[in-house]
Structures are given as structure tokens and as C-alpha cells.
Ligand binder design. Structure first.
Ligand SMILES: [Zn+2]
Length: 159
């Protein structure tokens, strides 16, 4: 039995904040503002796993007004969601994702992100796809106002 999940996230970019994506610190003059460490890819992946289980969203499990999650490392949210899946007998079959960021180019970081996601998802790196696109200089991504991630995940239940 399979279950499909989808997650998306967006964070404002701001000066003086680190830019964490997929658990990797990106060299950038602008960082991700907001909840926890602001890791859009980890947040979208968490929402995708929770969505596959029809268990609501990351905000319901980790409220942004809860000080425990202030500057928290976001891989723990994903690990928690994967733990909920495991309780229901599901593991990750594969995951595909897209990060939208105008600059810098994320290509040098993608394999490290895949490894971090695979670790948190308790799966193999070749089951984890991470792609990166720019905003073509238009909309919030293109104007360097925001970073966005979209994730789709397939969970499989052991027979
Ligand atoms: Zn987020």
C-alpha cells in the first residue's frame, strides 16, 4: 500500500540570518527568516510526510509560538514525522523536491542536502531527489525576497 504526500514552504529572505536549506548552511548575504532555523526544504519535506499520513501540517505539530522550536534544527521536525509514519507501518519509498532561490546557485550543495534528507527520512540517497531553480528575476523568489521549496513523497507500507 502506498500513500502520496505533498508539502510546500516559503520563507522571507533577510540580512543577518543564516541560510539553511536541507540541513546545509549556504554561503549567502541573505538568510531565511522565521520559525526555527528557517529551513524551507526540511519544512516542506515534513509537511509532505505528514500529508501522506493525513496528519495535518507542521504548524499543528510544532507551533511557531512555542519557544522550544525557536532556532531549532529543522531536521528534528522531519525525523518526528518519519517516526509517526513508522508507527503506522510506513517507510519512505522516494522523495522528489524543488528549491526556488534566485542566488547563489545551489548546485554545489545538492548532494549534501540529499544525504541529510536521506538520513532524516531513514532511506537511501538514491531515493532522494533535490532540484534547484531560480525565479528568472520575477516574483518574490526572482526579486530575492523569498526562498521556496516544494516536496512530494511516496510512503510504502510493509506487507
Ligand atoms: Zn518553514
Amino acid at each position: 500500500m502506498y500513500r502520496l504526500g505533498f508539502g510546500t514552504d516559503i520563507h522571507r529572505l533577510a540580512a543577518g540570518r543564516p541560510l539553511m536549506i536541507g540541513g546545509v548552511r549556504i554561503e549567502s548575504d541573505l538568510g531565511s527568516d522565521g520559525h526555527s532555523d528557517g529551513d524551507v526544504l526540511m519544512h516542506a519535506a515534513t509537511d509532505a510526510v505528514l500529508g501522506a499520513l493525513a496528519l495535518g501540517d507542521i504548524g499543528a505539530h510544532f507551533p511557531s509560538d512555542d519557544d522550544r522550536w525557536h532556532n531549532a534544527e529543522s531536521s528534528q521536525f522531519l525525523r518526528h514525522a518519519v517516526g509517526l509514519a513508522k508507527e503506522k507501518g510506513y517507510s519512505v519509498s522516494n522523495i522528489d523536491s524543488v528549491i526556488d532561490l534566485e542566488k547563489p546557485t545551489l548546485r554545489p550543495y545538492l548532494d549534501a542536502m540529499r544525504a541529510n534528507l536521506a538520513d532524516a527520512l531513514n532511506t537511501e540517497t538514491d531515493c532522494v531527489s533535490v532540484k534547484a531553480k531560480t525565479g528568472e528575476a520575477v516574483d518574490a523568489v526572482g526579486e530575492r525576497l523569498a526562498v521556496r521549496a516544494q516536496v512530494i513523497v511516496l510512503l510504502v507500507k510493509a506487507q
